[in-house]
Design a protein around this ligand. Structure first.
Ligand code: MIC
Ligand code: SF4
Length: 645
């Protein structure tokens, strides 16, 4: 039977289960990626597994998120990450080398391989036909130990690209169009596979913009075929040996279809405060802009920055605009420095930041209060920029450059002739910020700074939950809402007791006192709970505060898996209208949970004791996930398996 590309790769890596949509499968993971903000916990958990070395063919640890060193904390984490990488056989990409997804694309990607990363934008490498999946750090730790990664067999959404883009229409506009149609939850449970004639009109950097931001639809991954254009990219990277041709079989089928006619696309923009809030640029043209930030793993490639430089060359940005540029990698920065594009950016008035996530994760460059910031990034959740009431818009580098020049949201088509950027035939390739692990690591001492605290231990799920609804939330709550990032909170990522103080800080500052007074409780939420980042802290910190269950209308994939991994049971309302009958402060009672889980009884009676109402909740968990919850989390479960087996 002809297979699509996604199923070809899954089939090649299938170890447990069968490829039947919705059924749980266990796949072999060839490679892993971690970044510093999720990496410290990942390696602490890997250490807890008690193994000598990683068992993957390649694992790389990047430092790109917490690079502002305002005190000892981030620097301590960097040292821990470097020494723990050397100890266990992991490559280490030093701070300054670039954003994990960009560096991975350039230096480590390989068509047909599987990559599990402790970051939700791991699918970026789908731009070269590699299957990248974002997961919680514990899942990545288990994969580094040779364990399988489990997921429900995804549905494959085939997106046919037809036609050719008009000038000034960017790859970003392609993914914004897909997001507009799918919304931030339309991709849940799916892998988006691109095919069709239009694919030929996109280079690898552009494809990677599209696969990167596919994460915002909730999709498990996004992927392009590996063709002659991919080959050119590997040639540019002097890694031709890593290239293989890979495409869907002729006549294959997809579970769902979508067609995007590139001819019809216009410049688009996502409005505050959701990447799914996509409009045509004409709808907001003229809005004054005070900050323009170009960078992030979505749009900071060589192609992007050369395009921006060509637009700004010989001009000066608007007096009211602050323009920042964070190049995606050292390779990009070095290349634009050598070819003169950097000088054009500086001359036009850009503030050049280091090659890192930077403003995308609120590590500096927070806008002024109520300020309008236009960014080439992938997320604009409220408060993520570091300023609670800032208005953050997301658009292409072309729109960003045009708006920086005019001081207002500007349709770049107004700028006249489109500067056609030809990628260079040859660039310098220099991996001197990537540290290879030593063959003999017996002398390596893992250095742990005072900010690295031991992992908290979970208490097993009780048989009876009788707890207060400590917070009632709406739809699409992101992990940024659950546990914010930013320069102040991010350094606490390896200190769970300290970071827990910030749970729901931006949306309800009174939550923390309430939950502490009650010594735990349950969370009630609407649809797509936990969208966005993969940070497992959004599960561990609530666990640490005594949250035993979340009851939601539906969940985002990675966060649901993280809840299970840390022994919090993600329950769903059977009748969504019951959501309206439960208030914050109500006491909810659920009896015999352990017994029912063990007996595979999926629908449970819950009693709203305060309102004297009965409502039904269910769990949508695989038998393996049930065992994990009953064991008190994945770490306990894996340790038990290792002991028995
Ligand atoms: C993000 O873009 O939200 C992050 C920061 O890269 C996260 C990971 C994290 O919270 O550390 C992600 O996308 O998974
Ligand atoms: Fe870094 Fe932003 Fe990409 Fe997350 S989305 S990996 S914070 S650049």
């Amino acid at each position: 039977m002809p297979l699509n590309l996604t199923y070809k790769i899954l089939k090649n890596h299938l170890v447990e289960g069968s490829l039947v949509k919705g059924e749980e499968i266990g796949i072999r993971i060839d490679r892993t990626l971690t970044q510093d903000a999720t990496g410290t916990l990942t390696y602490l958990q890997f250490e807890a597994l008690g193994l000598d070395k990683v068992k993957t063919e390649l694992s790389v640890s990047y430092v790109d998120h917490n690079t502002l060193q305002t005190d000892h904390m981030n620097a301590d984490d960097h040292k821990y990450l470097q020494t723990v990488a050397a100890k266990y056989g992991v490559y280490f990409s030093k701070p300054g080398n670039g954003i994990c997804h960009q560096v991975n694309l350039e230096r480590f990607s390989k068509p047909g391989k599987t990559l599990l990363g402790s970051d939700s934008h791991t699918p970026t490498c789908g731009g070269v036909g590699m299957l990248g999946i974002g997961a919680g750090g514990l899942d990545v730790a288990v994969a580094m130990g040779g364990g399988l990664f489990y997921l429900n067999t995804p549905a494959v959404l085939g997106v046919e690209l037809v036609g050719e883009r008009k000038p000034w229409v960017s790859a970003k506009d392609v993914i914004l169009e897909v997001l507009k149609r799918l919304t931030v939850k339309g991709g849940v449970g799916k892998i988006i596979e691109y095919y069709g004639e239009g694919v030929k009109n996109l280079d690898v950097y552009e494809r990677a913009t599209i696969t990167n931001m596919g994460a915002e639809t909730g999709a498990t991954s996004s992927i392009f075929p590996s063709d002659e254009i991919t080959r050119d990219f590997f040639k540019l990277q002097r890694r031709l040996g890593d290239w293989v041709k890979l495409e869907a079989d002729q006549g294959c089928e997809y579970d769902e279809y979508m067609t995007v006619n590139l001819n019809e696309l216009e410049p688009m923009i996502a409005l505050p405060h959701s990447p799914g809030n996509v409009k045509k640029i004409s709808e907001v043209e003229g809005t004054p802009v005070e900050q323009v930030a170009i960078g992030s793993c979505t749009n900071s490639s060589l192609k992007d920055l050369m395009t921006v430089a060509a637009i700004l060359k010989g001009k000066t940005i608007h007096p009211d605009v602050s323009l920042t540029i964070s190049p995606g990698s050292k390779q990009v920065l070095e290349e634009i420095a050598r070819n003169g594009a950097l000088a054009d950016l500086i001359a036009a008035g850009a503030r050049i930041l280091e090659s890192a996530c930077g403003p995308c994760i609120g590590m500096g460059q927070a806008p002024r209060s109520g300020g309008v910031s236009l960014r080439t990034f992938n997320r604009n959740f409220k408060g993520r920029s570091g300023t609670e009431d800032a208005q953050v818009f997301l658009a292409s580098p072309e729109v960003a450059a045009a708006s920086a020049l005019h001081g207002e949201i500007t349709d770049p088509r107004k700028l006249g002739a489109y500067p056609i950027i030809k990628l260079p035939e040859r660039i310098r390739v220099n991996d001197n910020l990537i540290v290879k692990p030593p063959v003999d690591s017996s002398k390596i001492r893992v250095v742990r700074g005072p900010n690295i605290k031991p992992l908290p231990v979970n208490t097993p799920l009780p048989d009876r939950i009788n707890m207060e609804v400590v917070i009632k939330l709406g739809d699409n709550i992101s992990t940024d809402d659950i546990l914010p990032a930013g320069a102040k909170i991010l350094p606490l990522r390896s200190n769970i007791p300290a970071i827990s103080e910030y749970v729901f800080k931006n949306i309800d500052p009174t939550f923390i006192d309430r939950v502490k007074k009650k010594k735990g409780g349950l969370i009630l939420a609407g649809e797509n709970y936990g969208q966005g980042s993969s940070r497992e802290h959004a599960a561990i910190a609530p666990m640490y505060l005594g949250i035993k269950t979340v009851i939601a209308k539906s969940y985002a994939r990675i966060h649901k898996a993280n809840l299970v991994n840390f022994g919090i049971i993600p329950l769903q309302l059977v009748n969504q209208s019951d959501y309206n009958k439960i208030e914050q402060g109500d006491i909810v009672n659920i009896e015999n949970i352990r017994e029912k889980l063990a007996g595979s009884i999926q629908i449970l009676d819950a009693v709203n004791v305060s309102k004297k109402l009965i409502f039904k909740v269910k769990y949508d968990l695989t038998p393996r996930q049930v065992k994990i919850i009953l064991s008190g989390g994945l770490l306990n479960y894996v340790k038990k398996l290792n002991k028995n087996g």
